[in-house]
Design a protein around this ligand. Structure first.
Ligand code: ATP
Ligand code: MG
Length: 581
């Protein structure tokens, strides 16, 4: 086993072990197993994924999707897809369609359980009137500013609204008229009557309904009062018979309210469980921020390969398997933290390594002429498609007198430990021959090498030298006559700082946008087998990394995205002075 293979092997088993450990310790699964054991829900496990259709899903949502659908799968339960469409101002059918597509792409299925909070508006209205009748809700005429003012702070109790003690009859009448559209937007709210001195601000008579005159993507103009998240969420969970309502940590101090509403109504009462949301280095994960990046033109769209959206990741070349493996690996926790983006890339590499066919491509080409190779000759040499998966078979690659190699693979004055091509030195051309550099030509204007001259040793075809002499480097190459010219897009992190929110006073996160996050190379030269590559196809370009075909490709021009680098990029090795080891 080669050193690098051995390292891979060790890494993999270590990760599997870590994963198993985490699996058995994950506090959410512990709660669920305990509930199954005690028969709390009659053995049922029913979760839901509740996106608000106001943007595209991102890798943080993927964590929640994998958790909710994954748990349902593991325990023989169900997971609903529920759109939390309670705010018509920001929501759109476009997002609903995209969310469904993305969840499916990740490999999950909600069967016929596609629900909308808006489907329950009538039921929620009825329940609100029930609370009014019980003296637990009232119509309040305070303006939004006054509401805020009356609410108090963490250190000071709030003040009771002057409208708090209206009679049940008056409240019922006013609430009915709110629904009928008799009052202007923002003039009245329906509030729960709890406790204005409660230490938890969410319990200080929270708003349940506000008046909004905006058409809803699904209910049109039927409603002009819309439920708040807190009023809608738990009741939707209850209607659907959810057992475990899993959400992120910022809802922890909403839980008392979640419980209060369900208890006040006396209906099925799921358990809310909070976990830490995913944060990633060099990445923002908030729909509002992502929207800003798109609208202000920092990226080319929601599916820009630099975006952490599911569609951005997909276009970049991520596979659902890699994203699911990542979600499992990071596990769930009660404490907020930030995950190193390298871990996400690691999961991708692990997956692509197993299945991406190998090809040869030269990204920064320089011509190499084999002076003792006949002008009109060509040979088709056998090359392995994937050393990790021999069932992937072989292909043939054309070899001829004029080739392209990477500019970086030749040095006039090679530094110490640089074992690649240099004047007088011999190297192996992958799947082909040993070649020795006899000469080179330099452009007098730029000082750059324009052409390299070599001789080849016909006795070394596809293998070693019969006399046993060794070379220290193997280079990839492409036959110039047969090459396909393509565009290759390289991506760097979208932000220059690990924490994009780390900005000086008065600036926002866009101050940290990396101005060099996209680099376009053209022409790059590819071996001809790549001519038939289809949009989305993924390959390992030998020694360079993983690449996939971008939808911008046309008849005249193939466009590739660099998905992720190989683990030991040449650049890294070079920086540490360990070239070619
Ligand atoms: P954002 O904060 O990105 O705007 P959101 O929380 O407003 O997202 P929703 O559509 O309300 O987005 O989220 C749907 C589900 O996905 C919720 O259960 C939410 O807790 C979960 N979720 C959102 N972001 C993350 C994240 N970074 N990590 C884990 N889960 C997340
Ligand atoms: Mg939200």
């Amino acid at each position: 086993m080669a050193v690098s293979d051995r390292k891979d092997f060790i890494n993999r088993t270590e990760e599997t072990r870590k994963l198993e450990k985490r699996r058995s310790k994950d506090f959410i699964r512990e709660i669920i197993e305990e509930d199954i054991r005690t028969g709390k829900w009659g053995g049922r496990v029913h979760t839901r994924f509740p996106p608000e259709p106001n943007g595209y899903l991102h890798i943080g949502h993927a964590k929640s999707i994998c958790l909710n659908f994954g748990i349902a799968e593991e325990y023989g339960g169900l997971c609903n897809l529920r759109f939390d469409d309670t705010n018509p101002i920001k929501e759109d059918q476009e997002f609903i369609d995209a969310i469904k597509e993305d969840v499916r792409w990740l490999g999950f299925d909600w069967g016929d359980r596609e629900y909308y909070a808006s489907d329950y508006f009538e039921q929620l209205y009825q329940w609100a009137t029930d609370l009014i009748k019980k003296g637990l809700a009232y119509v309040c005429d305070l303006s939004p500013e006054e509401l805020r003012e009356y609410r108090g702070t963490l250190t000071e109790p709030g003040r009771e609204s002057p409208y708090r003690n209206r009679s049940v009859e008056e409240n019922l009448e006013l609430f009915r008229r709110m629904r009928n559209g008799e009052f202007p937007e923002g003039s009245r709210t329906l509030r729960a009557k709890i406790d204005m001195a409660h230490p938890n601000l969410n319990m200080r008579d929270p708003v349940m309904y506000r008046i909004i005159y905006a058409p809803h993507p699904r209910t049109g103009t039927k409603w002009c009062i819309y439920p708040t998240y807190d009023w809608a969420h738990g009741q939707c969970d209850s209607i659907e018979g959810i057992t475990h309502s899993i959400c992120t940590l910022e809802f922890e101090n909403h839980r008392p309210l979640y419980d209060w509403f369900l208890d006040a109504l006396g209906i099925h009462h799921p358990q809310q469980i909070e976990f830490a949301r995913l944060n990633l280095t060099y990445t923002v994960l908030s729909k509002r921020r992502l929207l800003q990046l798109v609208h202000q033109g920092y990226v080319r769209g929601w599916d820009d390969p630099r975006m952490p959206t599911i569609r951005g990741l997909r276009r970049r070349g991520y596979t659902p398997e890699a994203i699911r493996a990542f979600s499992e690996l990071i596990g769930v926790s009660k404490v907020n933290s930030t995950v190193d983006i390298n871990l996400l890339e690691h999961c991708l590499r692990e997956d692509l390594n197993k299945r991406a066919p190998r090809r040869m491509a030269v990204l920064r080409p320089i011509r190499l002429v084999i002076t003792n190779y006949p002008e009109d000759q060509e040979e088709w040499l056998e090359a392995i498609n994937n050393p990790e998966d021999l069932s992937a078979g072989t292909r043939v690659v054309p070899f001829s007198r004029v080739l392209y190699i990477e500019e970086d693979d030749f040095r006039i004055d090679p530094p110490k430990k640089y074992y690649r091509l240099a004047p007088g030195r011999e190297v192996r051309l992958r799947y082909a021959y040993f070649v020795r550099c006899t000469d080179y030509r330099v452009d007098p204007m730029t000082g750059r090498v324009t052409e390299i001259y070599c001789t080849y040793d016909p006795a070394t075809r596809g293998g070693d030298a019969p006399d046993g002499r060794k070379v220290k480097a193997t280079l990839h190459w492409v036959s110039a006559r047969h090459a396909i010219a393509a565009e290759v897009r390289f991506y760097d992190h979208l932000f220059i700082k690990e924490d994009p929110e780390d900005v000086p006073e008065g600036q926002d996160f866009t101050a940290n946008v990396n101005p060099n996050s996209l680099q376009v190379l053209y022409p790059c030269y590819l071996e001809p087998a790549l001519a038939s590559a289809q949009v989305g196809d993924k390959f390992q370009f030998e020694r360079l990394g993983y690449f996939c075909v971008d939808p911008d490709s046309s008849q005249d021009r193939l466009v590739f995205n660099r998905t992720v680098a190989l683990k030991d990029t040449w650049a890294k090795l070079e920086r540490s002075g360990r070239v070619d080891e």
